[in-house]
Design a protein around this ligand. Structure first.
Ligand SMILES: Cc1cc2nc3c(=O)[nH]c(=O)nc-3n(C[C@H](O)[C@H](O)[C@H](O)COP(=O)(O)OP(=O)(O)OC[C@H]3O[C@@H](n4cnc5c(N)ncnc54)[C@H](O)[C@@H]3O)c2cc1C
Length: 382
């Protein structure tokens, strides 16, 4: 179905990016999956080609486009299963903290380098003892003359090994009441003394995306590493979550499309009882039901993309979309795997990777249960 949110310019950009991705990204996916992480050279290449920060301000080297250009990149990468190079994490989740809350000096220092791919970004919120309950983070930042001293541990940090610049969530006032008012954000370079990379974690899926532990051992940050105002970290995080969750909805729908397209091709080729698997009514009904739900999900996500670009507050609807699209992805990959029979369980068949990928989509960027908690509050139920 013709989608009406993208202009001709967006579609030209899509063609350009697709050609670039097929040449520069697809041939490296297998290697990244084996290595457990992407590589620095590739980040530089995507930066040089102008695909990082497609909607970052032009005065710092960005392309100055709207968020739909980044959505195009997300869609293409999700369809290609290019999960190891999580460009949306860098460009659409991390970079906006610098563009929205950074001082002029911070913007000048970091934006040209993150847009060029010289620096890779990550965000360090989750800790071994707390994930969903973000206000309860224990990582502590205390002022020491002209510096901040940080102590604490983070876990499950995407780009933890390859990253050079992290948005760190830390407590600056452990006695604040309510506790979220004691949270501040910092821009932490991996070269700062006391910044320690821990284990690269082995995972069920997303094999080529490095997910790591980080530790801060009397990590000394300059005073101007503080992002925005002290004590306003939680507020900034909440403001940025609309875009983060929308990114997940966008990728979920495109990942569903890829699983579905591959499964339709498979069932037409595979034969049982002298006929194609596709000819069984059960196969047809299952795939029709899933394809219908993908179109419904797409229509909702497109509506939210348009609203987000307009600047509307769609936190409620984006939270709905995050849980609904990723739940769909989980159900869809499970059904598609089933239609592959035993082959679906083999790692050489990409549907098995899709199934594992779907499992994490309902967990990160706020679990699907937390999405429902948010919507329940906004509906006045809690
Ligand atoms: C591959 C991967 C990459 C990640 N990347 C990053 C990253 O880059 N940066 C980062 O900071 N974090 C990252 N995370 C962490 C992720 O955001 C957290 O795992 C997630 O927020 C859940 O936190 P938790 O794991 O501590 O689960 P918990 O908070 O312990 O939750 C456990 C279960 O309890 C449920 N639950 C919790 N509270 C409630 C409630 N109030 N009501 C109902 N149910 C509830 C949850 O929904 C979940 O099902 C990543 C995680 C993974 C797996």
């Amino acid at each position: 179905m013709q989608r009406d949110i993208f202009s001709e310019e967006h579609e030209i950009f899509r063609d350009q990016f697709r050609r670039f991705a097929e040449k520069e990204i697809v041939p490296r996916i297998e290697h990244w999956n084996a290595a457990g992480m992407s590589d620095r050279e590739s980040w530089r290449r995507v930066g040089e080609a102008g695909f990082l920060g497609a909607h970052a301000p032009a005065e710092y080297g960005g392309a100055g486009g709207d968020f739909l250009y980044d959505a195009v990149i997300m869609e293409e990468l999700a369809y290609l299963r290019a999960h190891p190079i999580m460009m949306y994490l860098h460009s659409d989740i991390c970079m906006p903290y610098v563009t929205h809350y950074g001082s002029e000096e911070q913007k000048q220092r970091y934006l040209p380098r993150v847009i060029s791919g010289e620096m890779v970004m990550g965000v360090a919120m989750t800790e071994p003892g707390t994930g969903s309950d973000l206000a309860n983070v224990q990582t502590r930042a205390r002022r020491d003359g002209d510096s901040w001293i940080v102590n604490g541990a983070k876990i499950f940090i995407s780009n933890g090994q390859i990253g050079d610049l992290f948005v760190l969530v830390a407590k600056t006032d452990p006695n604040a009441n309510p506790p979220h008012k004691g949270i501040s954000l910092f821009l932490v370079e991996s070269s700062f003394p006391g910044f320690v990379r821990g284990r690269k974690l082995d995972k069920l899926g997303l094999k080529g995306q490095d997910t790591s532990e980080l530790a801060f051992e009397d990590c000394r940050l300059p005073a101007d590493a503080l992002l925005g105002k002290e004590g306003e970290g939680f507020k900034m995080l909440m403001e940025q979550l609309q875009q983060e969750r929308l990114c997940i909805g966008v990728t979920a729908i495109q990942s569903c499309r890829r699983s579905l397209d591959d499964t339709i091709r498979y069932v037409k080729e595979r034969r049982a009882f002298g006929q194609s698997i596709a000819s069984f009514q059960n196969t047809q009904f299952k795939l029709v039901e899933l394809a219908t739900q993908v179109e419904i999900g797409q229509a909702f996500v497109d509506k939210l993309l348009a609203a987000h670009v307009r600047g509307d507050d769609v936190v409620t609807e984006v939270s709905m979309a995050k849980w609904w699209t990723t739940d769909l992805q989980k159900r869809l990959t499970s059904e598609c795997l089933q239609l592959h029979g035993g082959y679906g369980f083999m790692t050489e068949y990409p549907i098995s990777q899709d199934y594992a990928h779907a499992a994490v989509q309902t967990i990160y960027a706020g679990t699907n249960e937390i999405m429902k908690v948010i919507v329940a509050k906004r509906l006045g139920l809690a």
